[in-house]
Ligand binder design. Sequence first.
Ligand SMILES: Cc1cc2nc3c(=O)[nH]c(=O)nc-3n(C[C@H](O)[C@H](O)[C@H](O)COP(=O)(O)OP(=O)(O)OC[C@H]3O[C@@H](n4cnc5c(N)ncnc54)[C@H](O)[C@@H]3O)c2cc1C
Ligand SMILES: NC(=O)c1ccc[n+]([C@@H]2O[C@H](COP(=O)([O-])OP(=O)(O)OC[C@H]3O[C@@H](n4cnc5c(N)ncnc54)[C@H](OP(=O)(O)O)[C@@H]3O)[C@@H](O)[C@H]2O)c1
Length: 448
Amino acid sequence: MSERSAVMALIGAGPVGLGMAKALLEHKIPYEQLEADRELGGNWLHGVYETVHIISSRKTTEYTDYPMPADYPDFPSRQQMLDYLRDYAEKFQLVPHIQFNTKVVMALPLPEGRWELELASGEKRVYKGLIVCNGHHWHRRFPSYPGKFEGEFLHSKDYRSPVQLAGKRVLVIGGGNSACDIAAEAARVGKTARISLRRGYWFLPKTLFGIPSAELMKPWLPVWAQRIFIQLFLRVVIGKYSDYGLPEPDHKIFEAHPTINSELLYYMKHGRIQPRKDIARFEGKAVHFVDGTSEEFDTVVCATGYHVSFPFLPPGLVKVKGSTAQVYGGCVLPDYKNLYIIGTSQLRYGFGPVVTPGMDLMARMMLAQDQMELPIGLVMKESGVKIPRTHLVDPHAAIRAIRRGKRMLPLLLWKEKKLRKTLAKPAVAPPTVPGSAVPQINRGLEVF
Ligand SMILES: Cc1cc2nc3c(=O)[nH]c(=O)nc-3n(C[C@H](O)[C@H](O)[C@H](O)COP(=O)(O)OP(=O)(O)OC[C@H]3O[C@@H](n4cnc5c(N)ncnc54)[C@H](O)[C@@H]3O)c2cc1C
Ligand SMILES: NC(=O)c1ccc[n+]([C@@H]2O[C@H](COP(=O)([O-])OP(=O)(O)OC[C@H]3O[C@@H](n4cnc5c(N)ncnc54)[C@H](OP(=O)(O)O)[C@@H]3O)[C@@H](O)[C@H]2O)c1
């Protein structure tokens, strides 16, 4: 067991982990960054198909303290995103702090807020704390239908290149960004392309008036006004979704993560993509739909999204309801010191504008925690900070919340002292961490 009790462990060197690392360096918080892969970049290294271009625009995706190169297009490619992340890490000297090929397989809370980590190599280390930036677009969510499909059945995560679809009869399931990208790819290279939708979705074009859609959504424009503006635009430029054989959306714009794609409707008007209803059952290579129709396919791609999960933490330590991690302020728990769960929310546009100020706030919270005895999550909970109701995040609202959070930190320090006095009563018998025998505090003074 090697002791690193003055150092924070940071899991993940994707865009969020890199932004976190920069903030830790700036605030002089000692840390080691543990990355399972051979290189940095997260999804942009290993988790997206080779032809992908971002949907969030360059300006709404770049870190606010490190603009993307001026010659980048509005929607950079995977390679450009990866190059940008590598440059960011070089510029802020993050690379020497990253330990590559270092996968964390287990993390357990210890007394005094320390964390014991076990690596895939079998090595065990004790850290001062744990910052989790393990991403939430990797744990495949599969739909389930009666019967068995006897062709190729894969998740969008395992779709890498158009070669996989060439000459095939392809059915894509889902109405999100993966589904639309892959259906459009199948329209270009496949024999046939179909998309199965279980309900109506808002398909928004990548640009409006030649400007990336995300950039038109100004912070000063209230969401209701954004909705009216987009709906008017869509009616003029696209018409009704039913004109394309699609169901009309059953929810308001932004009540689901926006699907931003200019190709789906284009290929539908060319007959290259045809919409299908939800799936009723499989039978050999035949797919039966709920409207009674059926069709044979070679390949079914489930673009049905991802679970949020933390396989290295004791089961149930971080609860997840739907896709929303049950963490106060979107990052901490009341029962554990020095545990920060970061980046589980689904931003409406790109990561950068929220990651830069958000990770600065996280680092400040860690410094504030050092001045507290109680877990900062408990203090936040007792101060009225809530668990987010949804994983969907409006970036403008998030930036406002981050500013409020910074202003609130001195108040939290004061509140902690007060709370400590209130709680200085005989402690209740501590419950245990699910799946382990480690004692856990619950509002008592007996902190790790
Ligand atoms: C097809 C696709 C397109 C996308 N397009 C956009 C877009 O247009 N704009 C946008 O903003 N976002 C987009 N995203 C979302 C994308 O997930 C984010 O841009 C970003 O990669 C999230 O960063 P992250 O650091 O949270 O997670 P990740 O990028 O997933 O990085 C997490 C890192 O943690 C490491 N890790 C995980 N577990 C462990 C462990 N146990 N031990 C050690 N290391 C570990 C992983 O190896 C990985 O390097 C897209 C996602 C997909 C799948
Ligand atoms: N070009 C790009 O930049 C690009 C491309 C791909 C992905 N991304 C990003 O990557 C992230 C993940 O996107 P994603 O599209 O993979 O996942 P997603 O946004 O979670 O979308 C999943 C889709 O599958 C549907 N679905 C889920 N379960 C289903 C079931 N059992 N049967 C039928 N449909 C089901 C969902 O519909 P319901 O709403 O009804 O649940 C939703 O339409 C997002 O942040 C996205 O923006 C970006």
